[in-house]
Design a protein. Structure first.
Length: 226
């Protein structure tokens, strides 16, 4: 998500954070995120732009609770490839999608940059191999994955897409659930599937106040790597 879009779409929960929280981010994360902030930006705009980063790295339990009440649409899960040797989940969070890959693959690798989310992921999906890393530089060898996935993490970023292709074996599939700009993928010959909306699971009222109304993922784009 680009900087201005992140500001415009920031949920009300951005007000929960202060500039001091930015200083609490892990050094590498803070350097990475502040590198895209224009000079002399007002603190409010920076906090809005960095909302999701602050949640992932400082309060991952909030994200985990949101993900639990936003399960992936069953029709999307049904459409995922089955019986693959290796599956890779990129930007895995606390394991919402990863948990559905373990019955489908002999080996599941989950890549997640947030240490807090990795800790939750190991507890939620103990069968998965969990590693730290960014989508732009995935810490796995080329052509290792037969099913490369991500849920709600990416749009048509050329560097990220190139990495997803690099790590996917010829004949394997890349599947993105709830990507940004699904129309772009459809225009570039990805298969697209959109399921009907479903209600979120019962959840605490603070989630609506903090994140906005939950919206279970129901969009999928997929392509086979040649």
């Amino acid at each position: 998500m680009d900087y201005e879009t992140a500001i415009a779409r920031a949920p009300n929960g951005w007000r929960h954070f202060t500039p001091a929280d930015i200083e609490r981010l892990p050094h590498a994360v803070r350097v990475r995120e502040m590198g895209r902030v224009p000079r002399d930006e007002p603190p409010e705009r920076i906090l809005r732009a960095l909302f999701w980063t602050l949640v992932y790295h400082l309060e991952p339990e909030r994200w985990d609770e949101l993900a639990r009440c936003e399960p992936i649409h069953p029709e999307i899960l049904q459409a995922l490839p089955r019986a693959v040797d290796v599956a890779l989940d990129v930007g895995a969070g606390s394991g919402r999608l990863t948990a559905h890959l373990t019955p489908r693959a002999g080996c599941v690798i989950a890549v997640e940059p947030s240490a807090g989310l990795r800790s939750l992921l190991r507890g939620n999906v103990p069968r998965a191999g969990v590693v730290g890393g960014w989508a732009e530089h995935l810490p796995v060898r080329s052509h290792i994955s037969h099913l490369t996935t991500a849920c709600g993490a990416f749009g048509p970023d050329p560097q990220v897409l190139a990495e997803l292709v690099r790590v996917t074996a010829p004949g394997g599939s890349i599947v993105l659930i709830n990507p940004e700009e699904p129309e772009w993928f459809e225009e570039h010959n990805w298969d697209r599937m959109t399921a009907q909306p479903v209600e979120a699971l019962h959840h605490a009222a603070w989630i609506d106040d903090f994140f906005g109304p939950p919206d279970p993922p129901r969009e999928m784009v997929a392509i086979r790597v040649r």
